[in-house]
Design a protein around this ligand. Structure first.
Ligand code: ATP
Ligand code: MG
Length: 394
């Protein structure tokens, strides 16, 4: 058992000593069996939330209506969730009601894929009610129960499934694939933020090409904002086999490029991404398109940032193009300022020094100064700037 589980064993033991069942469940069990690094350790128990709270001295209600109590013990934090079933789904996304139950088997039945439906007992036994171990062995992603029902209940599972295929390098079981395809239209009912999270994980996964191929094969793109041109999307798969995106900015930037967007802002708004992320993707996109026409200049570097330019070079390198890393690094070292406010004089100070009245002149002049500094035609010092202004205003 890995250290994360061993550390959490006293929690299971305490629950058991109080007369209830408790197991490790969910993705961490799957990841341990696959010899992958684990992140969050989830515990499921037959104890109802109020009962769990009675067992431990320090708890926080983090999702008590769904049965989850955060237990603070021995310096760690553990999510302990009561076995539950889910009632009818409203709007294909959230169960209208969850019912707490005492049977582990009922809890495992509500889980999405067989490889996510294991329970690991204190003694190391794996409880595998849906032949998940066989699926792990054969690297198959299979919905628990009747796939049609499972995607009908919650269409986000379609995106989760594509994501797991991409992260784990798993094939979709054929009935699971068919059900994903026939329910893909329900993606329109799912919040775009949640779809973004899954698609983002898919694109940045090691086996994203597999997940992305599946995504196209089930026609999911028809139901994602701005993605309906499947032919253009398929361009993404022309990247060399085995290529992995450096990060989300590069992945989304190249995706937008493939879709033919020269400015992705409008589309990214539909995807409700953060302003910061949208800004980085737009910079990448501009840089990628610039670079196809000409080599990067100091101005490109200043306006788009070293990280965008590096991401572009990396992507071009992957496609076999000659790269320009060294020159870009030299440009970056030579750059005197990274942003406007690093100019040693403010517009106000220049106005005072030369008695310039507010108006368009100062704006233009300041912009010229900025450009001259970026191009290394002007030193970023007070004396140099004052001389420069004297000169241009003669
Ligand atoms: P990750 O590596 O992303 O954490 P995970 O499988 O642990 O993957 P979580 O979102 O952390 O995913 O969920 C934990 C567990 O809860 C899953 O393994 C699965 O059993 C169950 N689960 C999560 N989301 C769903 C869902 N939409 N439908 C059914 N079961 C789900
Ligand atoms: Mg998890």
């Amino acid at each position: 058992m890995p250290a994360e589980f061993v550390e959490a064993l006293p929690i299971l033991q305490k629950i058991r000593n109080a007369g209830y069942e408790a197991y490790f469940v969910g993705g961490s069990v799957r990841d341990v069996l696959l010899d992958r690094e684990i992140h969050d350790v989830d515990i499921a128990t037959s104890a109802y939330p109020a009962e769990t709270k009675r067992i431990f001295e320090h708890t926080i209600d983090i999702g008590i209506e769904h049965g989850t109590v955060l237990v603070l013990e021995n310096g760690g934090e553990y999510e302990v969730t009561t076995f539950r079933t889910e009632d009818v789904y409203v709007d294909y996304r959230r169960p209208s009601h969850v019912n707490f139950v005492r049977q582990l088997s009922e809890d495992l039945l509500r889980r999405d894929f067989t490889i996510n439906a294991f329970a690991l007992a204190e003694n190391g036994d794996v409880i595998d009610l849906y032949h998940g171990l066989d699926d792990l062995e054969n690297r198959i992603l299979r919905a628990v129960g009747t796939p049609q029902d499972r995607f009908n209940e919650d269409a986000l599972r379609i995106m989760r499934g594509l994501r797991f295929a991409a992260v784990l390098d798993f094939e979709l079981a054929s009935e699971t694939f068919v059900a994903m395809k026939s329910h893909a239209h329900l993606l329109e009912k799912i919040s775009i933020e949640r779809i973004f999270i899954e698609l983002d994980k898919l694109l940045t996964a090691d086996f994203w090409q597999k997940g992305f191929r599946d995504l196209l094969a089930i026609s999911a793109a028809d139901y994602l904002p701005g993605f309906s041109d499947a032919q253009k999307l398929a361009q993404l798969l022309k990247l060399p086999e085995g290529f992995v995106f450096t990060n989300s900015v590069q992945a989304w930037g190249y995706l937008l490029h493939s879709l033919g967007y020269s400015d992705g802002k409008f589309l990214l708004k539909k995807w409700k991404v953060s302003k910061d992320f949208a800004g980085q993707v737009t910079h990448f996109l501009t840089a990628y398109q610039h670079r196809k026409a000409a080599a990067f200049s100091s101005e490109d570097l200043y306006h788009l940032g070293l990280s965008s330019l590096t991401l572009v070079e990396e992507l071009l390198a992957a496609q076999g193009a000659e790269t320009d890393f060294e020159r870009i690094c030299a440009l970056s070292d030579a750059l005197q300022i990274r942003e406007r406010k690093e100019i040693v004089m403010t517009a106000g100070q220049i106005m005072t020094a030369f008695d310039i009245k507010p108006g368009p002149e100062i704006g233009e002049l300041f912009h010229e100064i900025e450009l001259a500094i970026v191009r290394n035609q002007l030193e970023n010092s007070e004396t140099a700037i004052l001389n420069y202004v004297k000169d241009v205003r003669k």
